[in-house]
Design a protein around this ligand. Structure first.
Ligand SMILES: Nc1ncnc2c1ncn2[C@@H]1O[C@H](COP(=O)(O)OP(=O)(O)OP(=O)(O)O)[C@@H](O)[C@H]1O
Ligand SMILES: [Mg+2]
Length: 357
């Protein structure tokens, strides 16, 4: 079993009438890159603030390195935090920003300077020690903030949307950098984002949150391929959804009648009983279009978007609108908007959820 470094036990946070975090149980493993993913207002920051000690849980406990720290002030917890607004000291240069924490902790100046130099090369800013903060780009400031936290060698580093202010290109570059740095130093990262692609590309495990609760915890591929709730299915990746009724079940398979298509299909599904109203989700990559209208059904292309490696199509089948995606090859003929196409859906990759869930 991996070693648990942070354990949030039955944690709740209420702000007067708002339940910001509800019944959260979370174990974070040493050395992992864990991401809290969820829509705005789902409680990600509140959970981080309780772990770092800026907030007290209304009920529940926070345990770090096996010690209950619920009543322990932030500065005595073995934890660092990188905030979105960075909070670098503007009147100090880069090196002074990085050594500040070490010096206030009583380290000798020569040792602190040596560590700062190591950190600067780790984050790709060797030679930038004497720059002032306002002389840095957004991405460079981000690296200084990271260096300043990592140099203190916390057990855990919390990062609340640290890349949120960067433009897309820089953001993607920093995603790779952050992952590399985390691997190199081996510090446990708890990273917050509401960007599902960022979560999928960076994390060892993802915690999907919704309305203060944890919906699912798992490796990126597990979350994407085997979402346990409709919320996770639709928040992570794109989905098509069909309303239907379960007519029979066999183990983890379920037959569902789909009125929109006039078909009965066999999909994955757990906890479903015959007669139950369900929603079936199927990802666009499992909807194949071709230019032979007919079996098993035909559709009308209503829109297409060329996105380089893929082409995304919107197609209407019966009275249902569907998204399809297919890899683009130069020799393929694109389907024209308004064309009638054959539609083949790989239902074995569909998943049924009780429609109340
Ligand atoms: N100090 C506070 N007083 C009252 N309500 C608060 C306070 N802080 C947060 N909340 C509420 O708690 C809920 C969770 O907020 P939180 O900041 O944790 O969300 P988040 O997931 O970090 O969202 P975002 O992605 O927008 O940063 C929200 O409904 C928010 O309005
Ligand atoms: Mg937040």
């Amino acid at each position: 079993m991996p070693e648990v470094v942070v354990h949030a036990k039955a944690v709740e946070k209420k702000y007067r009438d708002v339940a910001a975090v509800r019944g959260v149980d979370l174990e974070v493993f040493r050395g992992e890159f864990l991401t809290l993913l969820g829509p705005s207002g789902c409680g990600k920051t509140t959970l981080l603030r309780m772990i770092v000690g800026f907030e007290q849980p209304t009920t529940g406990r926070i345990v770090i390195d096996g010690r209950d720290v619920t009543e322990v002030p932030t500065y005595r917890r073995p934890i660092g935090m990188v905030l979105q607004n960075l909070a670098l000291f503007p009147h100090m240069n880069v090196q002074e920003n990085i050594t500040f924490g070490l010096l206030t902790r009583g380290e000798r100046k020569s040792a602190a300077l040596q560590k700062a130099t190591q950190m600067l090369s780790l984050v790709g800013l060797a030679g930038f020690g004497h720059r002032l903060i306002h002389e840095l780009s957004g991405g460079q400031k981000q690296r200084v903030a990271l260096a300043r936290s990592i140099v203190l060698e916390p057990s855990v580093l919390l990062l609340d949307e640290p890349l949120g202010a960067l433009d897309l290109k820089l953001r993607q570059q920093m995603q790779g950098e952050l992952k590399r740095i985390q691997r190199q130093v081996g510090i446990t990262f708890i990273f917050v984002t509401h960007d599902q692609e960022e979560a999928l590309t960076m994390s060892d495990r993802i915690v999907v949150m919704n309305a203060g609760r944890i919906e699912q915890i798992g490796a990126p591929q597990e979350i994407y391929d085997h979402p346990e709730t409709m919320f996770v299915a639709s928040f992570v990746g794109d989905t098509n959804v069909f309303a239907g009724r379960a007519i029979a079940t066999a183990g983890a398979r379920v037959s569902v009648e789909l009125p929109a298509l006039g078909q009965t299909v066999e999909v994955q599904g757990r906890g479903i009983t015959p007669g139950m109203a369900v929603n079936v989700m199927i990802r666009p990559e499992f909807v194949a279009l071709d230019d032979q209208p007919g079996a098993p059904c035909s559709g009308q292309v209503t829109d297409r978007t060329f996105v380089g490696a893929d082409i995304r199509y919107s197609v209407t089948v019966g009275n249902q609108n569907l998204e399809a995606r297919r890899p683009h090859r130069p020799e393929d003929r694109m389907l024209a908007p308004s064309a009638t196409s054959g539609v083949t859906i790989d239902w074995a990759n569909g998943i049924a959820f009780p429609s109340a869930a």
